[in-house]
Ligand binder design. Structure first.
Ligand SMILES: NC(=O)c1ccc[n+]([C@@H]2O[C@H](COP(=O)([O-])OP(=O)(O)OC[C@H]3O[C@@H](n4cnc5c(N)ncnc54)[C@H](OP(=O)(O)O)[C@@H]3O)[C@@H](O)[C@H]2O)c1
Length: 256
């Protein structure tokens, strides 16, 4: 069967903007893509964090994705420098464990703004560029936490469910116009983000393994790239169970 997206088997000379590049999955992707010959632009809030992982030839654009103008400025600067952008990988994300009796509005706002609204800030500036050039790729990091409601993900889970939905809409709108849309749903990856979890995380993988899975998924032209399958497949199955059974299993897992 024909792949849904253009398979990306050669990164040599591709102009890739990684947003959320300073740590975790974004940093690992940056390392592997550089090795594969991509030209890289790296964004995150912390300039020091970017400098710590950058090589001399990388372009550094520190910004917060919550600032639409800063995202648009960075995008314009890249287009001016490179002539065009071939791929944007949106890894920026925050997570704070939160249960229903612990609502912290400041933290909810930050999560919604970073994980979701920031993507719209990017879309508003990159989609017109891709439509002008008639090509490009957009890779969005969602999560298995978006498959169905999980405790502790009170703010985080809804942003990831929204990204899954958004990526599907973007695919419908953009794939026929030469734009690849890649949706990434990782299980647990050992990063700064998951360091906050106080439970043992099943099927935990390293950021390098996550980055490798993303690059492999893109090389096959997948729309959805999910890993590790020993965890993501049962999570997908869980999401499709009847409500009564799903709530029972989720509550049992949380209380054990
Ligand atoms: N780790 C997992 O198990 C896991 C599982 C599923 C999905 N994911 C998703 O994968 C993505 C990467 O997560 P990670 O685990 O690699 O986390 P991480 O190590 O904490 O990396 C997050 C990156 O996002 C950047 N960032 C955060 N807020 C930002 C903002 N407002 N503006 C610009 N950059 C911002 C951070 O840099 P600064 O702090 O310098 O800004 C950092 O580079 C996230 O979308 C996450 O939800 C992770």
């Amino acid at each position: 069967m024909k792949p849904l997206n253009p398979p990306i088997t050669d990164w040599q000379g591709r102009r890739v903007w990684v947003i959320g590049a300073s740590s975790g999955i974004g940093a690992a992707l940056t390392g592997q893509l550089r090795e594969a010959g991509a030209h890289l632009a790296l964004s995150a809030r912390s300039e020091g964090g970017l400098q710590a992982i950058a090589h001399q030839q990388d372009l550094l654009l520190s910004l917060t994705v919550t600032d639409a103008e800063a995202v648009a400025r960075a995008c314009d600067e890249l287009i001016e420098t490179w002539g065009a952008i071939d791929m944007v990988i949106y890894c920026a994300g925050v997570y704070s464990p939160m249960r229903a009796w612990e609502i912290d509005l400041e933290c909810v706002d930050d999560t919604l703004m970073t994980n979701l609204q920031g993507v719209y800030h990017l879309l508003a500036t990159i989609v017109p560029h891709y439509l002008r050039t008639g090509s490009g790729g957009l890779c969005l990091l969602a999560s298995v936490a978006g498959f169905s409601g999980l405790p502790k993900a009170l703010a985080y889970g809804p942003t990831k469910a929204a990204i899954i939905n958004l990526a599907q809409i973007l695919y419908s709108d953009l794939s026929s116009r030469g734009v690849g849309v890649y949706l990434v749903n990782p299980g647990f990856v050992e990063t700064r983000l998951t360091q906050q979890n106080d439970f043992s995380m099943p099927a935990l993988i390293s950021p390098d393994q996550a980055a490798q899975s993303i690059i492999t998924g893109m090389s096959k032209g997948r729309f959805e790239i999910h890993f590790p399958k020993r965890f993501t497949l049962p999570m997908r199955w869980l999401a499709r169970l009847p409500d009564r059974l799903r709530f029972y299993l989720v509550n049992k897992a949380v209380s054990s």
